[in-house]
Design a protein around this ligand. Sequence first.
Ligand SMILES: *[C@@H]1O[C@H](CO)[C@@H](O)[C@H](O)[C@H]1NC(C)=O
Length: 541
Amino acid sequence: MHYNDVKYLWIAICIGIAILIGVTPRSCVAQGSWEILVHNAGIASMHTAVTHFGTAVLLDRTDVGASKIALPNGNCRNDPNDLSLKRDCTAHSVLFTPGSNGIRPLTIATDTWCSSGQFVSNGTLVQTGGDFDGNKKVRYFSPCPPGGACDWVESKDQNLQQGRWYATNQLLPDGRQAVVGGRDSNAVEFIPSNGQAPLDLPFLRHTRDSQMDNFYPFVHLLPDDNLFIFANKDSILYNYKTNTVVRDYPTLPGEPRNYPSAGSSVMLPLLASQEFGVAQVLVCGGSQFGAFLKPSAFSPASQTCGRMTVTDPNPTWTIENMPTRRNMGDMILLPTRDVLIINGASDGCQGWGNAKTPVLNPFLYKPSAAAGKRFSTLTATTIPRVYHSTANLLPDGRILVAGSNTHQFYTFTGNFPTELRIEAFSPAYLSGKKQKYRPTIVNAPAFVGYNSRFTITVTLLTAPKGLLELNLASAPFVTHSFAQGQRMLNLAVTKQARRAGGSVRITATAPPNAVIAPSAYYMLFVVNRGIPSVGAWVHVG
Ligand SMILES: *[C@@H]1O[C@H](CO)[C@@H](O)[C@H](O)[C@H]1NC(C)=O
């Protein structure tokens, strides 16, 4: 049966059952919509990050062969050790501008293959590691307004102390970033190092099995200023200041979850109503152990998620089932505080050609719904996004979807050709009749200081019911199914006043400190009855 036939058959059966049991059949209809924004981005994005100008940096590796976009100014890159082209005049990073959908080539000098990064306080993307000549590199991208000429700068004065390939970075309260693990290191180091040597972390060694499974660990900065680090099936609470493991968490049942088994993970939004003190981690999907050792078996992927309140004294994982199996999914915190799971496959694992059945439907996960009622299945794309694909939240609430290249070198023929198209997924909150609830921010502060009171003004077509919701979202560095540095804060609204002319003035309290919200640019969303505004960039510090 063709995919569409299955879909319509499912909708028909679902509506039939819904009518029989007397509920509205609305949830049977797939939700959200897809749009192709760019047919040729020039590169397949392996790493994507949205800057505080709303542009998106797309980044691949340099030794992937000729891309479909030339380097700026007729430049070329000479590298006698390049796997594919010793002289390469094509770009491997581009800047995408939503709205105009423009693409501008950027200049990367060393290999960024399976690297990591974070935006630091001033909005600069600090990007680390990769393979070959890029293994110990630190690179900076200081974003500029659309139309500007900003480009990558490779650091001359700063290198990583250990080679980093498949590491995970997390912005810290002191403004530095921790670089955790990877293929070539079982240690944590800091950028800038300020003279500090890497900290050996045996947990990273212990979680490595015969097919690895500990690359790109899931790292979340918790409200107690420790790092939650998850690798393979295990996790720890790690004090990065004293290099001690504060506690070991229980093993997550099921499949391995990190590279090459690619599940994904988010820390659910921290809430002002809980004084930002309760952190829950959700880990979803993964691949069967052995899928990487015997890729031809295309073993069925994991169908489970584990959810745990990692700030509880004795927490355990609660297991939930996704609607279908998935690995290589990206998990994104939506402005509504729900989780979107998008991209990936239902068999195999990460690696070149190691999966054959893409999952085209995103899932929505509603953390606050009753257990068993949290998942729904959303509208499918037509474009498979498997290995080396990305998904990022845009300020306008859409999800930017890029990449997918399951080949060592750019290959535009056969199954799963290297994917140069950029798409946007618009969740249902952007559609149709609910738009009458959509708030428009007319005035928001450019900067909010910790613990300060601030005001923001919105206009609404219909009067709000109760208090509006204010959610602050970080801009993560997304690669290999994990959004490094992703976090969301639900802020306290202390006052709300309707003003002459129909606008609404909201008074809210900024995050309390840099542990809850490391200084950076965040997207501030006002949410009315589940419909978010366009986010305003706010510098928090
Ligand atoms: C922002 O911070 C980075 C990293 O510390 C630094 O390299 C860069 O020069 C800073 N940019 C500005 C505009 O201050």
